[in-house]
Ligand binder design. Structure first.
Ligand SMILES: Cc1cc2nc3c(=O)[nH]c(=O)nc-3n(C[C@H](O)[C@H](O)[C@H](O)COP(=O)(O)OP(=O)(O)OC[C@H]3O[C@@H](n4cnc5c(N)ncnc54)[C@H](O)[C@@H]3O)c2cc1C
Length: 417
């Protein structure tokens, strides 16, 4: 619809306008973001071709000149004779034919309303409130303890890992949160969200805002220690941060209630002050921002089709993924599947062993009750079995290289079939 109608963040009329960072993340071999890009390159992604044309020096990251990138993509789309570009706001999901909805995190109001009607109540979200995730292997088990509040858990097991704070540790931690540098807010609405000034956002306030309300507020909120006996002292700690195991993300834990908008390096510094997380590796950082997305696991198949209306596909950020390259990847997949459907074939899910297949598996199979968009990380990919893990025990790089090798082989087999 741009430039006829703009969003709160975009400035031009070009396709693929990158509104914030100009980085498409790491391109170091055998990292998860590299694997995703590598799969896109293998499938002939036009976005990746545009990125090569627009590449600027960026160390290990694939960094692009944003104007050149968007221009290259726009030229590629406009010069394709089989594409007709219509620059107008679409206010309803078309009632007939095959449709790919890819209107992004800032989908216009009228269309969002119509998507809400299609997806039913609770199926469409307008804000992201994401807590950091840490790699389970990097948690110090000598310091944390497993327990559920008052020993109550759904299945009798200890559901949470608890990081116990002394008074001194707690006060230093709160001080660090209050003085940490914030990530820039790119649209006005994000400033309001941060202050909890958006209706119904009170239940998932950023930790910075909770900390600002008083030294003890976190201790009576997400850091409350009640009912959590530390087996080493037999008492409740002064304060606690709870870590909850992720369901579809193997070997990783979520910091419960720690949505925030600190800069990523600041999150690493501040959250490594948490007892037990001194050497934690973060698979995802916290975020809090305006974002339109649907509840993938409730609504979508692993081929990004609406379960209730398979002619409608969702792609990009609105399908419940997070990030530029993840949006490119779901776009490419939805496009291919829509073409298969148009040719009278049943869309085939991507192999689970690939990064693309793992992303769509997560979208379709994560827990719908607490669904949060994902960006690509190794914990979304299938894990090696115990024997293989032992083989690579002390060599994470070799383990990741093996996961990447399997992904590439699976993609090749998928393309041959
Ligand atoms: C402010 C902000 C900053 C972000 N920063 C980053 C970042 O630094 N790094 C990162 O990896 N990710 C970032 N993201 C997240 C996300 O990866 C990007 O927004 C990404 O561009 C999403 O791609 P997309 O194709 O799904 O949507 P978009 O790139 O937004 O494309 C959707 C298009 O649909 C159009 N549209 C919307 N509604 C309608 C309608 N009703 N009719 C017709 N057209 C419509 C929009 O104008 C837009 O051109 C950011 C998101 C936001 C909102």
């Amino acid at each position: 619809m741009r430039p006829v109608k703009q969003t709160a963040a975009h400035k031009t009329g070009d396709f693929g306008e990158l509104v914030c960072s100009n980085s498409l993340k790491s391109d170091s071999e055998n990292t998860a973001p590299w694997l995703l890009k590598q799969e896109l390159r293998k499938l002939g992604s036009v976005s990746m071709q545009a990125a090569v044309q627009a590449r600027v020096p960026g160390g290990h990251a694939l960094t692009v000149d944003r104007d050149q990138f968007a221009r290259a993509l726009t030229v590629a789309i406009e010069s394709e004779p089989r594409i007709t570009v219509v620059r107008e706001e679409v206010c309803t999901v078309p009632e007939e034919g095959i449709v790919v909805v890819a209107t992004g995190p800032l989908t216009s109001g009228a269309l969002a309303e119509d998507i809400g009607r299609l997806t039913g109540s609770g199926g469409l979200y307008f804000y992201d409130s994401i807590s950091p995730i840490v790699d389970a292997e990097t948690i110090d088990r000598e310091k944390v303890f497993a327990a559920s509040r008052y020993g109550k858990s759904l299945d009798g097991s200890d559901d949470y890992l608890n990081c116990p704070f002394t008074k001194e540790e707690y006060e230093a931690f709160v001080e660090a949160i209050l003085t940490a540098e914030s990530a820039e807010a790119h649209i006005e609405e994000d400033r309001a969200i941060r202050k909890g000034k958006v209706p119904f956002f009170e239940s998932c306030l950023p930790v910075e805002e909770i900390a600002r309300r008083g030294m003890n507020t976190l201790r009576f909120g997400p850091m409350k220690p009640v009912g959590l006996d530390d087996p080493r002292t037999g008492r409740w700690p002064y304060a606690v941060i709870q870590l909850r195991q992720e369901d579809q993300r193997a070997g990783s834990y979520n910091l419960v209630g720690f949505q925030n908008y600190m800069k990523f390096p600041e999150q690493k510094r501040v959250f490594r002050m948490i007892p037990g997380l001194e050497r934690a590796e973060f698979l995802r950082y916290g975020q809090i921002h305006r974002n339109t997305y649907i509840n993938g696991p409730e609504l979508l198949t692993a081929t990004l089709q609406l379960k209730s209306e398979p002619r409608v596909f969702f792609a990009g950020q609105i399908s419940g993924v997070e990030g530029y390259v993840e949006s490119m990847a779901t776009g490419l997949m939805a496009g291919r599947w829509a073409a298969e459907l148009a040719q009278g074939r049943e869309p085939r899910p991507m192999p689970r062993a690939t990064a693309m297949g793992s992303l769509t598996h997560y979208v379709a199979h994560a827990d719908p009750k607490k669904y949060q968009p994902a960006n690509i990380a190794f914990d979304l990919l299938p894990q090696l079995d115990e024997a293989e893990k032992k083989k690579f025990k002390h060599d994470k790089r070799a383990r990741h290289a093996e996961v990447c090798r399997r992904a590439e082989a699976a993609l090749e087999a998928y393309e041959r079939a």
